[in-house]
Structure formats: structure tokens, C-alpha cells
Design a protein around this ligand. Structure first.
Ligand code: F58
Length: 834
């Protein structure tokens, strides 16, 4: 990145026992925190007390960087080039903080030493942390990878979101079915956040609007809300890797305003007053799982508006602190909308500028468009957010008026460009006029932002060709691609120390911040000694995962078998059931010829299904039912093992990615926007079997066709087949192996107690098969046969594994963030003189 700005660093003046980095100082801080914060001495301390004490000791060290940054704000005010990135996201999935902060501060080993001197095991304490599961999957995790990279690259940034009291549910498996348990991540306290009630914001909801003329005779509108809620910011520091700046993740917690309902209170209606308090607090109570139907819709819109409104008001406040006027907010902040969930921000900023700061519409519109960028993360039509007009009006009456006005002006422009083309105008409109009418949030975001991007090349192309095609025709210059990336700090350095040590021994440690340096490993792919070490690291990681699997599921898997892994949300388009079809196919081969030579495999699955998504839950049951039969069949003799590892989350991911031989990225072409698990696997030396979907396309380009197992229809072929009229039954009838698999599932072979159990799944495949599983079956099986043969040649497999890692540099989130800074945000890295 060439756009950098230099600053002189002030010294915090707080280098003392609470901030020094030696193991002696850490040990002392740990004991002090145990005593003064947890109120315990060693002999009475629980494991959680010990974890908290260490967390506080680490937090002290972070605070000295964090507070210095806040002090520096003053100086920033004088430097008009400094712009903050504001990342608005309804979800963040940071994962456990402690280990990551130790790595970023560079004190992992010192902390281990400090603790072992006191008789404790660092790894055991790390395991005590409850991770903040404030996201559903890829989108939330991406936001956290981006926060890590922003800090590492010294780009001043704030992540804004919601401090859900209950994050994503914990998953248990009972009798093969998913059972959801509420996530009580705050139950034992959260040492990483600092609440700032003095920076609270208030947010209106409901009510009606009223026109009036101000003292200058100008026509204005005021919003008379039905409810007012308070948003309290809870801040968590986000350190970069060995970085000199510390950014903030600011999550808003909803509370009742202090003076809540005094009139009711005074007339003695205590319970009505309390029930309003309860309502206020519901706003940030729970994270909505994806794919939930209608229920809770109203609350979800209220959640979105709540955090967006608090965040924009906070940015306006900061703009003032930075010495700028509110109409310069777009020069102080680049605001990125992580999907459409925060896209109400377009209307809210217009409301704040026009109604509250008295700025005229045209100027407000220019500021708004310049401030915002929008990232799209999905091509699935059913996942594009739209809100019924009446629901919208009941919560945000003023915003609906503003959206109508934005739309009126926008459609005037459209009609000038396409005179008489009413279909075009209807397709582009922010309001969907069908049935009772909807607000289309992706349209609002596209109209209100200066930049729109997809998250992988293929996805960005499909956006332009399909989902946002009319907009692309109108404003081609607004469209960009920024391929996703993941942070190598969490996904390699923290989670795969064995690999880190052999890589660093050969190429030094610069790669951690410059992932393209991994290219230096290429020549080592043919170095026998290095290859041996590589295999050993993988073997160790596999043994560790096998132990975890044994402990959590009771299933024993052999670390010498191929670890063939698919971990991600359970969804029909991701096709976990295609992998099940492969397992059954191999099983049938063994049953036909028990002596057959087959590469031994452990098939590992993990991922949560949305609680209301019946088919996804049935897929989990199918996996477990097939596991039951395959794992216990004496003919198989342990050559195939199937496990469903419950409660896949960031912490489990740390153990899974480093242990994989084969990464399953098998979505129907054109359905997965990018995928990021594909990158994490490859970065840890797994080979990929995948379709030409999302970022798989670019991973294959980078690692080389010969080091990637490709199968399946392309996007174009899927499209053609669907337009011609796809008949899944033809595949069933013409392919005896496929037929056998389907018949077994359908006849109760894997569900003896309920022979019709999987009928809905089979019927849906035979009748429509939206995701072309049957069409891709044979190609997948053939490709898996190739994988099986390749695995038996251990030497060449290792070579391919090393080459995958050597060529994965592009997929660091540092690269993604640099691209956003240059193409979309016009934000600069800060370089320090001292
Ligand atoms: C994911 N989206 C994409 N959405 O599916 C994946 O391809 C991509 O790599 C990733 O974003 C990051 O760009 C995703 O995770 C959600 O979880 C939504 C959350 C809100 C409810 C609807 C699903």
C-alpha cells in the first residue's frame, strides 16, 4: 500500500509491573489480579479464577497500548489525512481472546513460563475461556479476521456491532439429532470488555412523524417515538500482531433509559414500567440464527437499527472530537456495511444529517454515498433481506419516508436513462411492489453506497451478471471485487505451533505479516528431511484431534487414516449429504468385496444447523445414522470411520484445520459466495477436493491445478441444465451405484427404527434436487477415487501439501484489507517514527 501517513508516537509513561513483559512481571501481575480482582488466593482459586487472573494481567499490558491510542486522538485531529475505518457488522466471531492476545503481544512463552513457575499449565487455562459466539459462521468470522488485519496493518478502525447476551447456541448431539442449548458466554464474567456508560446513545423506535416549520420557516419533520432505548458501548481491544496500535471492537448493549416511564411509575403501574425495561433489554438479548422464518423479524429489524443508530451517533461524536464538522464525517470515516444487515444506516445517516443537523438533502446525500461501502455475501435469492412495508413503518416510520424520497429521486434518474421502461424501473426500485410491498435492503445499500463488492472473483462476476445486474448496467464503476482472506495469526500461528516452528526455522518469521513469503517453502517440497518433519507435524496434529474426538464422541479414529473433513454450517447448498453419498458408496464396495484395497479414511463432519431448518437437521441425523452402521460393521474393519464432532466453533476450528488431510469444499457451483474455511484448511497443509465455486476457483489458480482435486458442474453448466429442465430421476435411474445409495437411505437401512425417517430428504432430491447433488455424484466419486490413490503415495501427497501452503499467500486477510483501503476506503496505514 503506498498511501501511508507518519505519526510520532507518544510514550505512555506506564512501563511498570502491570505492563512489563518478563515472565517475572507477568507472574506477579497474575497473582495480584487473582487477589485484587478475583478476590482469591491460590489455594482457593478455581480454574476460572486462574483464567480470569491471567486474562486481567494480559489486559493490563494491552491497556497501555490502547489508552495511548486514545490519547493520540488529539494529535489525529490535527492530521486531516487520518481516516477511521468503521466496520458495521451485526456479527463478529472473534474466538477466544487470551491465546491470541499472548501471540500478538509476543509473550506466549513468557506467560507459559510465568504460570509453570506457579504450578499451572497455560494450555489448560486457555481451554477455560468461553468464546464469544456472536455470529453464525463465515460472515461474522470474516469481520473478526478483518479487525485483526486492520490493527496489524496500523489502520485506525472501529468494529461496531451488538453485544448479544446469548450468542450462537451450543450444539449437542442426542440420539443423532442436534439439540440446541442456550449459550451463556457471559456467565462467568468477561474480562476483555470495558463498558462505557458515559458514552451511551439513545435510540428511538416506533411512533409517528410530524411536519413542522422551524424558526427560519423551513419545512422539517420530527419523529415522535413510542419507545426510547439506551445503547451502552462495551469495548474490547483488538491488538494487531506485534503492532503499535490497538483498535476497538465496540458492541452495543441495550438498556432501558434511566427515566423510564416515570408517569407510569408514579401512578403506581410498576409492572408496566418494568415490562418496558424488559422490552428494551430484549433488543440485544439474542443472536438470530440464519434461516429462521418469520418469527422474531420485528425484533431483528429493531436490533439492526439499534446498533446502526448508536454507531452513527458515536461516529458523529468522534468527528467532533477530531476537530471536524459533522458534514465532514465522510472524510473522517469510511463505513463498510457487512452485508445488508446494517444497511438501514443509509437512511439513518440521511435522517441524522437532514432532520437533526439541518443539512440540505443533496449535500447529505453526497456525504452519505461517499461514506458508505457495501459488501454482499450471498447469491441465494432467499437470503436477500427484505422487510414488509407495514412492519418497517411500525418500527421506523421516519426512515420509511426517507427511503421513499431516496427511491423517488433514484427512479427519476432511472426513467431519464431508460425512458418508458417501466419493467426496468420496477426491477431496480428499492420498494418491491408485489403483494403487500417490501423494502429491498440490497437495493437500498447499492443506491446509497459509492462502492459495492463481492467476496471472490466468481461471486463478484455473478453479482454483476445476475443479482445486481441492472445496477451494474447503470453504474459499472461502483462494482468491485475483494476476495476474502483469513488471518494467519489465529489460523496458523496460534493453532498450529508445530508447523510454525518448522516453517520459521527455514524462512524466518516475516511470513506471519507477509504471507506471500511462504513462497520460500517451494524448493523444500523436494527436500526429504523437511518433508519428514512436515509429515510428523501433521501426524501429531491428527493424534491430538483423534484424542479430542474420542473424548467428545467416544469414537476411536486412526491417526494414520486420511482425515477427510467438512466443517461449516449445515446447508443443502453446501452438500454435506453428497459426502455421505460417497461414504455409503465406499461402504457398499467393501460389503461387496471385504478384501478390497481402500485408503483408510476418517470422515469428520462439524457444523450447526439453524434451529428452524428441518432439512439441515435431518442431514445431521443422516450423518450420525450412517456412522452408526459403518463404524460398527465388522466387514469394514475400521477402514472407514464416520464422526460428527459436536459444537463446531472457533475453538474447535483451532484443532480441526491443522489436522486435516482433505478439505471438502463441495457446494454447488454458483452458490457459495467465497468460503473461508477452504483457505484455513489449505493454509494448514490440507489438499482440497472442490467445485469451481467461490474462492475455490482462485485457490486452485494459486496452488496449481495439479495440487487441487476438481470435480462437478461449472456455474454455466448448472445454469444451462436448469434452463433445459433438470431431471434428477434420470441420474437415479441410470446410475446403479447412486440408485443403491438412495434406495438404502430410503428403505431404512440406516434407520431401522423408523424406515421413513429420511424420506423427506430423498423425495426432495428425486423431485427437484435444487443443488444438483445427483448430477454431480459420479464426478465426485471419480474424483474421490483419485484422492484415495493419491493418499496412498505419501511422498507425493506431502509434496502437494507443502506446495499448497507455499502458494496460499494471497488468502491472508492482510491482502484483503489492503485492497479495501486502496479501492474502497481511501484509508491509510499509520507509520510511526519512534
Ligand atoms: C458467508 N455468509 C458466505 N452469512 O456464505 C460465505 O461464502 C463467505 O465466505 C462468508 O459469508 C464471508 O464472506 C454468511 O456467513 C451468514 O451467516 C448470514 C448471517 C445473518 C443471517 C443470514 C446468514
Amino acid at each position: 500500500m503506498n498511501n501511508r501517513t507518519t505519526r510520532k508516537r507518544r510514550h505512555s509513561g506506564h512501563e511498570n509491573i502491570r505492563t512489563a513483559l518478563s515472565h517475572e512481571a507477568i507472574a506477579q501481575s497474575f497473582l495480584d489480579s487473582l487477589y485484587f480482582i478475583q478476590g482469591r488466593i491460590q489455594s482457593l482459586a478455581t480454574k476460572n479464577d486462574l483464567y480470569m487472573a491471567l486474562a486481567y494481567a494480559v489486559r493490563d499490558r494491552i491497556l497501555s497500548i490502547w489508552i495511548r491510542d486514545l490519547q493520540d486522538l488529539e494529535q489525529v485531529g490535527q492530521d486531516m489525512h487520518i481516516k477511521f475505518v468503521s466496520y458495521l457488522s451485526a456479527e463478529f466471531l472473534p474466538g477466544p481472546h487470551l491465546g491470541n492476545n499472548l501471540i500478538n503481544l509476543g509473550i506466549y512463552d513468557e506467560a507459559r513460563k510465568a504460570l509453570s513457575g506457579l504450578g499451572y499449565d497455560l494450555e489448560e487455562l486457555l481451554g477455560q475461556e468461553e468464546e464469544p459466539g456472536l455470529g453464525n459462521g463465515g460472515l461474522g468470522r470474516l469481520a473478526s479476521c478483518f479487525m485483526d488485519s486492520l490493527s496489524t496493518l496500523h489502520v485506525p478502525a472501529i468494529g461496531y456491532g451488538i453485544r448479544y447476551e446469548f450468542g450462537i447456541f451450543d450444539q449437542e448431539i442426542r440420539d443423532g439429532w442436534q439439540v440446541e442449548i442456550t449459550d451463556k458466554w457471559l456467565g462467568l464474567g468477561n474480562p476483555w470488555e470495558i463498558a462505557h456508560p458515559e458514552l451511551s446513545q439513545s435510540v428511538n423506535l416506533g411512533g409517528y412523524t410530524e411536519p413542522y416549520y422551524d424558526e427560519h420557516g423551513r419545512y422539517r419533520v420530527r419523529w415522535i417515538p413510542a419507545t426510547v432505548i439506551k445503547g451502552v458501548p462495551c469495548d474490547t481491544p483488538v491488538l494487531g500482531y506485534r503492532s503499535k496500535i490497538c483498535n476497538t471492537l465496540r458492541l452495543w448493549k441495550a438498556e432501558a433509559i434511566e427515566s423510564f416511564n416515570f408517569p407510569q411509575f408514579n401512578v403506581g403501574d410498576y409492572y408496566a414500567a418494568v415490562s418496558e425495561k424488559v422490552f428494551s433489554e430484549t433488543i440485544s438479548k439474542v443472536l438470530y440464527p440464519s434461516d429462521e422464518p418469520e418469527i422474531g423479524k420485528k425484533l431483528r429489524l429493531a436490533q439492526q437499527y439499534f446498533f446502526v443508530s448508536c454507531s452513527l451517533k458515536d461516529m458523529i461524536h468522534m468527528t467532533g472530537l477530531l476537530g471536524s464538522r459533522v458534514d465532514n464525517i465522510n472524510e473522517r470515516f469510511s463505513v463498510q456495511l457487512n452485508d445488508t444487515h446494517p444497511s438501514i444506516a443509509v437512511a439513518e445517516l440521511m435522517r441524522l444529517l437532514v432532520d437533526e443537523h439541518n443539512i440540505d438533502w443533496d449535500k447529505a446525500w453526497r456525504i452519505t454515498q461517499e461514506a458508505f461501502g457495501y459488501t454482499n455475501h450471498t447469491l441465494l435469492p432467499e437470503a436477500l433481506e427484505k422487510w414488509p412495508l407495514n412492519l418497517f413503518k411500525s418500527i421506523l416510520p421516519r426512515h420509511l419516508e426517507i427511503i421513499y424520497e431516496i427511491n423517488r429521486r433514484f427512479l427519476d434518474e432511472v426513467r431519464l436513462r431508460y425512458p418508458g421502461n417501466n419493467d426496468k424501473a420496477a426491477r431496480l426500485s428499492i420498494i418491491d411492489e408485489t403483494k403487500c410491498g417490501y423494502v429491498r435492503m440490497a437495493h437500498l445499500a447499492t443506491v446509497g453506497c459509492h462502492a459495492v463488492n463481492g467476496v471472490a472473483e466468481l461471486h463478484s462476476d455473478l453479482l454483476k451478471r445476475d443479482v445486481l445486474r441492472d445496477f451494474y448496467e447503470l453504474w459499472p464503476e461502483k462494482f468491485y471485487n475483494v476476495t476474502n482472506g483469513v488471518t494467519p495469526r489465529r489460523w496458523v500461528v496460534l493453532s498450529n505451533p508445530g508447523l510454525v516452528s518448522i516453517i520459521t526455522e527455514k524462512i524466518g518469521e516475516r511470513w506471519v505479516k507477509h504471507l506471500e513469503d511462504l513462497g520460500g517453502l517451494e524448493p523444500l517440497a523436494d527436500d526429504a528431511q523437511f518433508c519428514n518433519k512436515w509429515q510428523l507435524v501433521k501426524r501429531n496434529n491428527k493424534s491430538e484431534l483423534a484424542a479430542i474426538i474420542k473424548e467428545r464422541t467416544g469414537t476411536v479414529i486412526d491417526p494414520d487414516s486420511m482425515f477427510d473433513i467438512q466443517v461449516k454450517r449445515i446447508h443443502e447448498y453446501k452438500r454435506q449429504h453428497l459426502k455421505v453419498f460417497h461414504i455409503i458408496t465406499l461402504y457398499n464396495r467393501i460389503k461387496r468385496d471385504p478384501a478390497i484395497k481402500i485408503a483408510p479414511r476418517a470422515f469428520i463432519f462439524g457444523g450447526k444447523a439453524a434451529p428452524g431448518y428441518f432439512m439441515a437437521k435431518l442431514i445431521i441425523k443422516l450423518i450420525n445414522s450412517v456412522a452408526e452402521v459403518v463404524n460398527n460393521d465388522p466387514d469394514v474393519r475400521g477402514r472407514l470411520k464416520v464422526v460428527f464432532l459436536p459444537n463446531f466453533n472457533v475453538q474447535v476450528g483451532h484443532r480441526v484445520y491443522p489436522a486435516a488431510d482433505l478439505s471438502e469444499q463441495i457446494s454447488t457451483a454458483g452458490k457459495e459466495a467465497s468460503g473461508t474455511g477452504n483457505m484455513k484448511f489449505s493454509m494448514n497443509g490440507a489438499l482440497t477436493i472442490g467445485t469451481l465455486d467461490g474462492a475455490n476457483v482462485e485457490i486452485r489458480q494459486e496452488v496449481g491445478e495439479e495440487n487441487f482435486f476438481l470435480f462437478g458442474l461449472t456455474t454455466g453448466e448448472v445454469y444451462e441444465m436448469k434452463t433445459r429442465g433438470y431431471e434428477p430421476r434420470e441420474y437415479y435411474e441410470s446410475n446403479p451405484n447412486l440408485r443403491e445409495v438412495i434406495d438404502q437411505i430410503n428403505s431404512g437401512y440406516f434407520s431401522k427404527e423408523d424406515k421413513n425417517l429420511f424420506k423427506p430428504l430423498v423425495d426432495s432430491l428425486l423431485d427437484c434436487d435444487d443443488y444438483m447433488l445427483l448430477a454431480d455424484y459420479q464426478s465426485y466419486i471419480d474424483c474421490q477415487d483419485q484422492v484415495g490413490r493419491a493418499f496412498l503415495d505419501g511422498k507425493n501427497w506431502t509434496r502437494m501439501s507443502i506446495l499448497n501452503v507455499a502458494r496460499i499467500g494471497k488468502f491472508s486477510s492482510d491482502r484483503s484489507i489492503k485492497e479495501y483501503c486502496e479501492k474502497i476506503w481511501d484509508a491509510k496505514q499509520i507509520m510511526y517514527k519512534s
